[in-house]
Design a protein around this ligand. Structure first.
Ligand SMILES: Nc1nc2c(ncn2[C@@H]2O[C@H](COP(=O)(O)OP(=O)(O)OP(=O)(O)O)[C@@H](O)[C@H]2O)c(=O)[nH]1
Length: 313
């Protein structure tokens, strides 16, 4: 571990954080930047949470687990209200909430709507995170910091911190991690340090391929598409500084007619799917990848228990 060692007196902290903010506020980009190479992405959920883990920040002095929350909506229907209840209960369960507000946009009704809801959650500490600071000058940034502090005062929110960050320019990302972990309770690591079994990684990789394969054809292939990663093996005889991970995966569809959709004219679509998925997988795993994709028909797999088991359902 290359991080500055924690003083022996500092207790180990561990816990959960979620990022909230309106669409495009920079939540995912910040999550990825925080998780960086030290990330263990996993689809496991510890007993303590019902929420999807997006990434884990391992530090010598702390473990910060970033979880996903569904977005908060202006409720127009009963379902909308129920979803909002779910969001509020997540906010009450995590140890710290990061409220992301882009520096390049004035606070708007969307931000205020979320802030009002946040004000109702009294016990969870809230950190205001001003994202995308690389897009503004210092004058504009100062205005935004003041506006956020005023918004807190108006609504009775006491920000634990207000932190400017640029995930893209890698400015203050480490500070965000540090300030968030400071607000976590003392405790043991929730996940094993760093190393993961292959299985959750394979599931994440399969999910990235599935996402890429469904891009633009969601309506035509609603739930008919499943992906199974057969193998992930480091290529032998590669120099240590130029590793390559071979990934073999099968894309299953239910009918022959769907094969053409996935593969596209002269294989162009499948090629595009492979390129897109590979980029995301490389970002996830932090290593160059050779992705080998095959499309297979598994007839009516959704109705066949044996096939369902094979496909991981
Ligand atoms: N210049 C700059 N752009 C950023 C930064 N962070 C995010 N962006 C861009 O802002 C856009 C939205 O970022 P996301 O991270 O997807 O935002 P989000 O809040 O997760 O969005 P939703 O998933 O819609 O809720 C993307 O185009 C990012 O590339 C940053 O620090 N600087």
């Amino acid at each position: 571990m290359s991080d500055t060692p924690s003083s022996p007196a500092a207790p180990y902290r561990s816990g959960f954080a979620c990022f909230v903010g309106r669409p495009n506020a920079g939540k995912s980009t910040l999550t990825n930047a925080l998780v960086g190479t030290k990330v263990a992405i996993t689809s496991d959920r510890p007993q303590t949470t019902r929420h999807t883990v997006r990434g884990i920040v391992h530090r010598p002095d702390a473990q910060l687990v970033l979880v996903d929350t569904p977005g908060l909506h202006k409720p127009r229907t009963l379902l909308g209200e129920r979803l909002n209840d779910l969001v509020r209960s997540t906010w009450a369960e995590v140890d710290v909430i990061g409220f992301c507000l882009p520096a390049d946009q004035k606070l708007g009704p969307g931000d205020k709507f979320i802030a009002k809801e946040l004000a109702e959650i009294k016990k969870t500490p809230k950190v205001a995170i001003v994202t995308k600071t690389d897009l503004v000058d210092s004058k504009r940034l100062a205005e935004q910091l003041i506006a956020i502090s005023q918004l807190g005062a108006e609504l009775g929110i006491e920000w634990a911190e207000i932190i400017p960050v640029s995930a893209v320019a890698d400015k203050q990302v480490g500070l965000v991690a540090e300030l968030l972990t400071k607000l976590l309770p003392k405790g043991q690591p929730l996940y094993p340090d760093g190393d993961l079994t292959d299985e959750p990684e394979q599931i994440m990789v399969a999910e990235l391929i599935r996402e890429a394969a469904l891009e633009g054809v969601r309506d035509e292939l609603p739930h008919s598409l499943a992906v199974v990663v057969e193998e992930m093996i480091p290529r032998e005889d590669r120099p240590a500084d130029r590793p390559l991970l071979d990934i073999h995966a099968n894309v299953y569809i239910e009918r022959q007619s769907q094969k053409a959709i996935v593969i596209g004219a002269k294989g162009a679509r499948l090629k595009h799917v492979g390129t897109t998925a590979r980029k995301h997988i490389e970002a996830l795993l932090g290593t160059p990848v050779y992705l080998d994709l095959h499309v297979k028909v598994a007839k009516d797999w959704q109705r066949d228990p044996k096939q369902l088991r094979k496909l991981g359902f």
